[in-house]
Ligand binder design. Structure first.
Ligand code: GRF
Length: 206
C-alpha cells in the first residue's frame, strides 16, 4: 500500500475520485495526509468527514516561508508519504519537496499541456482560453511536478472534442468527468510501481 498525500485547495472532486477508488480496492494506496492552504475548502471538509489527517499550510499560520516549507517537508516525511497527488492545489510546491519527491509528485491539469498551462491558467480560465482560441480539441493531462507550474514530464493525456456549442462551463464539466476517470488510473499505476522509464520519460499503460 503506497502512502499518499493529497494537496488540494478547492472542491476536491479529484481527491474524492482517488479516495473512492481506494475504498473500492481499485487503487492499492492509503491517503495518510490531506494538505491545503485553505482550511475552509470542500476538500478539507471532506477529509475531516472521513477522519483523514489534515495539515493546513499558509501564510497566516506560518508567516516565515523557510519555516513553513521545512515544516511541510517534515510533516510529509513523518507520515512516511511515498506519493504526492496534487488535486487542484493552487500553490507552487517548495523546492525542497520537489527535490525530495522527484518523480513521485503527480498533478492533473484540465487541458492538453503544454498548451493552456502555466501561471494564470487555472480553473475556469483554462476553459475560457480554450474556447476563445477556437481550437477543436481539449482534454486532460496528468504530469510529474517540477518547480514550475504545469511543467513536468507528461505521463498521460486524454483528448476530448470541443463542440461548437460549448461554453467554458459545459467544456469544464466534460473535462472534469474525464479527469475523474484518468487520474485514479494513473495513481493506480504509480501505487503498483508499474511506471516504465524510457529515455528519461515515464511510460504507463492506462
Ligand atoms: C481540476 O480541473 C484539475 O485539473 C485542476 O484543478 C481542478 C480541481 O478540481 N488542477 P477539483 O478540486 O478536483 O474538483
Amino acid at each position: 500500500m503506497k502512502k499518499i498525500a493529497i494537496f488540494a485547495s478547492a472542491g476536491g472532486s479529484n481527491f474524492r475520485a482517488i479516495y473512492n477508488n481506494i475504498q473500492r480496492g481499485y487503487i492499492s494506496g492509503k491517503i495518510v495526509l490531506v494538505i491545503s492552504n485553505n482550511p475552509q475548502c470542500n476538500a478539507i471538509i471532506f477529509a475531516i468527514k472521513k477522519g483523514l489527517e489534515i495539515f493546513i499550510v499558509n501564510n497566516t499560520r506560518f508567516p516565515d516561508t523557510n519555516i513553513r516549507d521545512k515544516l511541510l517537508l517534515q510533516t510529509l516525511l513523518k507520515a512516511d508519504v511515498e506519493l504526492i497527488c496534487l488535486a487542484g492545489y493552487m500553490k507552487l510546491l517548495p523546492r525542497g519537496i520537489v527535490k525530495e519527491y522527484k518523480n513521485r509528485i503527480l498533478n492533473i491539469h484540465p487541458a492538453l499541456l503544454p498548451k493552456f498551462g502555466g501561471k494564470g491558467f487555472y480553473g475556469m480560465k483554462v476553459h475560457e482560453a480554450v474556447i476563445a482560441s477556437g481550437i477543436e480539441e481539449s482534454g486532460v493531462t496528468v504530469h510529474l511536478v517540477d518547480e514550475e507550474y504545469d511543467h513536468g514530464k507528461i505521463i498521460a493525456q486524454k483528448r476530448i472534442e470541443v463542440r461548437p456549442e460549448d461554453t467554458a462551463e459545459t467544456l469544464a464539466k466534460r473535462v472534469l468527468e474525464v479527469e475523474h476517470n484518468l487520474y485514479p488510473k494513473v495513481v493506480k499505476v504509480f501505487c503498483n510501481d508499474r511506471v516504465v522509464w524510457k529515455n528519461n520519460h515515464p511510460i504507463i499503460e492506462v
